[in-house]
Design a protein around this ligand. Structure first.
Ligand SMILES: [Zn+2]
Length: 143
């Protein structure tokens, strides 16, 4: 899915309105919390690699090709090359009871809350551009 250039988020406030990369509060947004924690968390690839498990996102023994875990950030940062989404270090964690893995906002795949809830599936919504400040389109990947 692409968004017309005229409708592109042009500042970090507008990006924050359409793209999130945080674990939703289970009390305030229970449906979104359940969905994001079920389908929008990147596995703990570095930890799995250390345990000797096969990890398909690793380009070598040290680097995740999707660059997870992402850095915490109190605000969205737009640079010429990329958009770093707001990922507050707010103590919110999600523990996968089956695997025992503990996730933070560093493992959240960016999503649009409306599309996620509407489609009830994994969505990856990100600004894609060489020049993020004049972003040309938003790509939406639907599994
Ligand atoms: Zn990875």
């Amino acid at each position: 899915m692409m968004v017309h250039p005229d409708d592109m988020p042009k500042c970090r406030r507008e990006v924050d309105l359409v793209i999130r990369a945080d674990i939703p509060d289970p009390d305030r947004e229970p449906q979104l919390h359940e969905l994001v924690t079920r389908v929008n968390l990147h596995h703990l690839c570095h930890e799995r690699k250390r345990r000797g498990q096969e990890v398909f996102c690793m380009v070598d023994d040290k680097h995740c090709k999707s660059k997870f875990p992402k850095s915490f950030s109190d605000k969205t940062i737009i640079t010429r090359r990329q958009v770093l989404y707001k990922r507050p270090e707010n103590g919110v964690v999600f523990m996968n009871l089956k695997s025992g893995e503990v996730f933070t906002n560093q493992q959240v795949v960016p999503y649009n809350p409306f599309l996620s809830l509407e489609m009830q599936t994994n969505t990856n919504v990100e600004i894609c551009s060489q020049e993020a400040q004049s972003a040309k389109h938003v790509n939406l990947y639907i599994n």
